[in-house]
Design a protein around this ligand. Structure first.
Ligand code: XIL
Length: 318
């Protein structure tokens, strides 16, 4: 039994993974991705972001994300779309143009309208705004915030809602898991959108964690519940739990198993936590070692596609 099949039996809508076309010629890898009982929803790890989809203003490229979508369709998996307004992986023109309120608003609207319309009716959800908050709870100084203040957030949700009435619209961020100042600001974002009479359906907890430093399950349940109390659904959208010291000892592998299991259990404890997506399932393609040097072994499968103890722990809790 795979993780998605187990998750569905446990009452979740999905257990899935991030993947992308640069992985698609690896047959051992694809054997796992193509098993919809293992992963029932796919998220493009990179190809659907602003830089690859609109590298030059007004010129849209969907070749790679279309391939991820086609794979999901072929495998009868769901498709979790990621992401629209984010301060990273932006094309040159977004970073260098001297924007006014009017021109940047138009650029955001044009980007979102084109991309969301292209995938209309095919995304379970869209991460409309990604990572708008600093870890201390203040708003991130992006080109969007500098030019528009927080207005870029409702502007983005409005454009997405108009382009696809079906896809669930999410705010997505990391480190919301500890119910901290950052979580408070995410609540403010939800209210900001709701007060503008616009649609927001979910909050994604990315859940990029460190072994031994995951929140107590009750804390995560509390943090998730703050959003379901506002009428939203929640999900763990980019789960991985990296080892701070390599290679991991057997003690560290046990801790990682407990940490993975407790993260998934928290989702199971919240009625409107709809599912879990891991940010790649094998160390072979994990973003962790290059982004957090010296750390790694963060995935449910090792680089040879051998299941870690954490895999068994997650299967057991589901
Ligand atoms: C990461 C990808 O995994 C990397 O391959 C890429 O170089 C940078 O982006 N939060 C997000 C994801 O929302 O889009 C990021 O993905 C990881 C952090």
């Amino acid at each position: 039994q795979g993780l998605h099949a187990l998750a569905v039996k446990a009452g979740l809508q999905f257990f899935g993974t991030a993947t992308d076309t640069n992985n698609f010629n690896d047959t051992a890898y694809m054997d796992v991705v193509n098993n919809k009982n293992e992963f029932g929803i796919l998220t493009p790890e990179n190809s659907q972001k602003w830089e690859p989809t609109e590298p030059r203003q007004g010129a849209f490229v969907f070749t790679n994300p279309d391939q991820v979508r086609s794979l999901a369709v072929k495998n009868t998996q769901q498709f979790r779309c990621h992401t629209l307004t984010w301060f990273e992986q932006l094309p040159q023109f977004v970073q260098t143009t001297q924007w006014t309120r009017e021109t940047l608003t138009a650029a955001i609207r044009a980007h979102i309208t084109n991309v969301v319309t292209h995938y209309r009716g095919q995304c379970y959800s869209w991460d409309v705004v990604n990572e708008a908050i600093n870890d201390n709870g203040t708003f991130r100084e992006s080109v969007f915030f500098r030019t528009l203040g927080t207005d870029y957030i409702p502007i983005s949700f409005d454009a997405a809602a108009r382009a696809d009435p079906q896809a669930k619209l999410y705010y997505n961020d990391f480190s919301l898991e500890f119910n901290s100042n950052k979580t408070d600001t995410a609540v403010r974002i939800v209210k900001l959108v709701q007060d503008a009479k616009l649609r927001i359906d979910g909050v994604g907890f990315q859940a990029h964690m460190v072994v031994g430093q995951t929140p107590p399950r009750a804390t995560l349940v509390q943090a998730l519940s703050r959003f379901t109390a506002l009428g939203l659904e929640v999900a763990l959208t980019e789960l991985d739990v990296r080892q701070p010291e390599l290679p991991a000892s057997s003690r560290a592998l046990e801790q990682q198993s407990a940490d993975y299991a407790s993260m998934v259990a928290a989702c199971l404890n919240v009625a409107k936590c709809v599912g879990v997506v891991v940010w790649q399932f094998t160390d072979k393609y994990s973003w962790v070692p290059s982004t957090f040097p010296g750390t790694g072994e963060a995935c449910l499968f090792d680089q040879n596609f051998v299941k870690r103890p954490a895999y068994t722990a997650v299967a057991k809790v589901l």
